[in-house]
Design a protein around this ligand. Structure first.
Ligand SMILES: [Zn+2]
Length: 76
């Protein structure tokens, strides 16, 4: 299976791979648990990336196809 690397400066409105609008933000570490976080998780707006931040972390993940999108900094 082909693995493509997707990058964006800000959260894409649609997945660059499949076009789905269900692009969730990946949170690392242990986020403060709240009603709002629970709602965001339920709605698929946020996914938990685990407690350790990877070297090249994904910033967003498509909930439909699983494509991962890395954040790029301007000028980099
Ligand atoms: Zn997708």
């Amino acid at each position: 299976m082909e693995t493509r690397r997707y990058e964006a400066r800000r959260r894409p409105r649609r997945c660059p791979a499949c076009g789905s609008p269900r692009v969730a933000e990946v949170l690392y570490g242990y986020p403060f648990w709240s009603r709002r976080l629970e709602r965001d998780l339920d709605a698929g707006r946020v996914v938990l990336g685990g407690c350790a931040m990877p070297e090249d972390p994904e910033r967003w993940q498509c909930q439909a196809c699983g494509a991962r999108i890395h954040a790029v900094r301007a000028g980099g």
